[in-house]
Design a protein around this ligand. Sequence first.
Ligand code: ADP
Length: 434
Amino acid sequence: MKWTSTALRIALLLATTGLVGWYFGKPAWALCAVLLALVLHWLMQMRRVQNWLQQPQTPPPEIYGIWGDLLSRIYIQQKKGREAQARLQSTIDYLQDSFAYMRDGVIIVDEQGLLKWFNSPASELLSLREEDTGQILMNLVRAPEFSDYFNEGDFSEPLEYSVAGDTVTWVRIEITRFGDGDRLLFVRDITSAIRMEQVRRDFVANVSHELRTPLTVISGYLGTFLGDADNLDPRYRKAMGQMLQQAARMENLLKDLLWLSRIESGKGLEQHSLVSISALLAELLDELRSAEPERTVNVHLETEYQVLGDYRELYSAVSNLVWNALKYSPEDSPVEVHWRKQDGLYQLSVSDHGIGIDSMHIPRLTERFYRVEDSRSSATGGTGLGLAIVKHVAATHGAQLQIDSTLGTGSVFSLIFPDRGEIVEQHPTAASVA
Ligand code: ADP
């Protein structure tokens, strides 16, 4: 019922009452009586509405007029709301049911970090109990790695860590935000994958180690024979030269494989200390001066900050980048090395004006044995492991490897270290060229 028709009816009632009252000579009394009756009627209706609003699930009382209209509208809206809520609840129940049967752990945490729900794999993996629901998850999962990850709030990469217990269990945690800051955690047991990876790493390390000794003997004899080349049958001289060259390649390969598995095992991390990048570059320049006296490498030191890490690992990463820059650029083209602070980050960049790399190869460059073209690396004697080593060293030092390259123009490989207090300022110096 529209309010205009109600107003019209009231106006009609008042007019009629006024007329009747005027006929009996008491129009004011008549109007007052009708108005009083009207107010009483509305008060009663309001009371019925109020009573019903206290139990809105029950059907609304039969009320006519504008109050009845109002009531039925409220009732319809509430019914719709209840239906929507029921649908939502059944979806939540359905999702929780499916989460409950998942083999991975699932945990729901609200925006305050309170544990709302978890399934039984999550309870097994993270030792959660039923009575923990409603408590702060951080206080229940007492692992510093987990607290740091959860507090930092950057969930773009999953977290992997070992859970202390009777046996060591490795878990991978992925977090997704939903709703009003709620978080959904997927917890997966990755112990067997980690063990397999360890077996693979040990196998590669052992094989590389075992192959080194026979290879040293082979290249040793070849070197001896070629040292006495005059007494060597000319038919064998060239073949033996190539054998020695390939043996040297294999030795380099084994050396890189052993080094990679050492870095992957995280042994270097145990000996973290402040590493002076300027001292590291000075040592590298010394090495290059004797190995490649014809080549020019310009070092620009714009900061004297020190990186907390493993000197040998960082040296191998920077040395791989500089050697690549030399290998893949013309003999007369200089290589530039910059150590500077840029946009609050510390950047070690190695740039060359060499052959460059097509952008389609860049995402795969750091894969083991990935080569842009086989001919490139065989010509330069590369092992295909250099950038894999660089990437791994960067990861263990919290740094990023950035590659910018244009085919035919040159490349810039940068190691970007975060400003986490890991890098300590000493005495900034002006740029120097070596
Ligand atoms: P390799 O031992 O073959 O050099 P890396 O892992 O060091 O192996 O490099 C992978 C590939 O990336 C190389 O085969 C080469 O094609 C390319 N590459 C690396 N550095 C450069 C560079 N500075 N300029 C051009 N190409 C490069």
